[in-house]
Structure formats: structure tokens, C-alpha cells
Ligand binder design. Sequence first.
Ligand SMILES: NC(=O)c1ccc[n+]([C@@H]2O[C@H](COP(=O)([O-])OP(=O)(O)OC[C@H]3O[C@@H](n4cnc5c(N)ncnc54)[C@H](OP(=O)(O)O)[C@@H]3O)[C@@H](O)[C@H]2O)c1
Length: 277
Amino acid sequence: MLRLLATGSHGLLGSNILPILERYYTVTALDIEEWDITDRDAGNRMIREYKPDIILNLAAYTNVDGCEDCLSLADRVNADAAGIVSDLCVRHDVKLVHISTDYVFDGEKDSPYTEEDVPNPASVYGLSKLSGERKVLNACPSAIVVRTQWLYGHGGVNFISKVTAIARERGVAEVVDDQRGSPTYTKDLAEPIRALIEKNTAGIYHVANSGSCTWFEFAREVFDRLKIEAQLSPITSVHLNRKAKRPRYSVFDCSKLTRDTGFRMRPWQEALQDYLG
Ligand SMILES: NC(=O)c1ccc[n+]([C@@H]2O[C@H](COP(=O)([O-])OP(=O)(O)OC[C@H]3O[C@@H](n4cnc5c(N)ncnc54)[C@H](OP(=O)(O)O)[C@@H]3O)[C@@H](O)[C@H]2O)c1
């Protein structure tokens, strides 16, 4: 079995996909305590010790609003450290899979974003992630950059756990209705990542569950399926007054993934049903 070493493994995505990837790879799951990706020497040590064939870089500073106040931390982890990881992959001849985000786009389009669309981030987080993508592909053109979006999964806090907790506690919940994207079940990223590795692809790929909705519509679907009777009200992003601007529209065109691997992402409603069990 090929050896896969993951960074940032204890986060939402890592804790959901690594148990699946263990079926296909010998997985070493590291997080900041073992390998802080800003530390080049630690990276060298980890690669020498575990001799991975593949590095899956899940580590990131993901506090989108926090990034607005911590520009240097966002840049250090999401951009510079991504560059360090890719340098190390080139040096040690390791295949790199790096994860990025829909926040590289400004959301001003009205039709699904392809990999050829020009990014234009509207937030510090988006800027730092775009810079990370560029550093990765400049240093390591054989890397696979998986852009995904609107993740939810088991463990930790996510949109579904937050909105259902609020509704159960207060009997009402307000959810933004002016951002459209594709809610994506973390577990649904494992097979496409494997397919991209198996087909020895390189470059940027958009990977998200198919179909789209607003956050409000997503919450409506969750409430209906869980039979939560709380009142759900649509609000605008302005009303939420968050520090970082989010894309108004960030639906992905994932046809490049299907064309190059044969893998087709399932509809978000089906994935949600699976998640809710
Ligand atoms: N969640 C989403 O909706 C979403 C959407 C699109 C793309 N993504 C991307 O998907 C990837 C995984 O995201 P996630 O949702 O799993 O994020 P997450 O839950 O925040 O996990 C990230 C992990 O990286 C760790 N980390 C932070 N700084 C590090 C460093 N310097 N060195 C090593 N590890 C470090 C974090 O540790 P601490 O918790 O201790 O900081 C955490 O365990 C990221 O690249 C993110 O940008 C996420």
C-alpha cells in the first residue's frame, strides 16, 4: 500500500476522510503538535521518518473572520507554509494534494465557477488561500489542488450543529439567504481525492456535492428532515455584519473532475441524508 501522510489531521476534514483513506493507503495522521507546517525542519524530519509517497495538506488557519485581524498568521500558515510543504514534496519526490477553497472567488458570477475562472478573493482568508495555491503550483507543478466548499461533517462545530442547537434552544433561527453554494459532506471528498491520485492528475480541481442552495435553503432542508419545528427566518449577509466578506455565489463546475477521473459527485441532498443517518 502507498503511504499517505496528512497534516492538520485532527480538523473537520481530516477526522472525516482519513478513516476512509485508510482503506487504500497506510495513513500517518499528524497535526500541529507533531508537524507545524510553518516549520521546514519539522517537515524534513517527518518525511524522513514516515517516508510518505503522498502528502495530503489539510493544515490551514481556517477562522475566516479571525483572518481579517491576523493577516500575518493567515499568510504564514495558508500561503508561506503551503509553499514550504510543496518545496519539501519536490525535494523528497512526494506527490502533494493540497486543499483550497471557493473563497478564492469574489462570487460575482452567476454560473458555476470552472478552474479556468480568474480568482479574485474578497477576504484575507481567500487571499491567503489563493497565495497558497500559487506557491504550491509554482514550486510543485505535479501537485493536485482540490478546491472545495461549504463543508460539514462529524465532530466539532459546523453549520448544521450550530443552527439546530440555536433552533432547539431558542425556537427560532435566522439564516442568510443571499449566499449560494453547494453544501459538501466531508466524507464525500475521500473518493474523489483518491481518484485524482490514482489517475496521477495535477493542477486545480473543483470538488463539491452537486446542486446548489442558499444557507437558508440548506437549513430548511435540515429542519424538514429532522422534523425541527422552530421558526426559520431568512436574513441578508449585511444583517450578520461579519468581518470577512463571503462570496454571494460560489457554485462549482466539477466537470473537470468527472472528465479526468470518471468520478461524479452526488447531489447535496443525498449526501445530507447520509450524514443525518
Ligand atoms: N471547512 C470548510 O468549509 C472548508 C471549505 C473549503 C476549504 N476548506 C479547506 O479544507 C482544509 C481543511 O479544513 P478544515 O475544515 O478541516 O479545517 P480545520 O477544522 O480548521 O482543520 C485544520 C487543522 O489544521 C491545524 N493547523 C492549523 N495551523 C497549523 C499549522 N501551522 N501546522 C499544522 N497544522 C495546523 C488545525 O489545528 P488547530 O485546530 O489546533 O488550529 C486543525 O487541526 C483547509 O485547507 C481549508 O482551507 C475548508
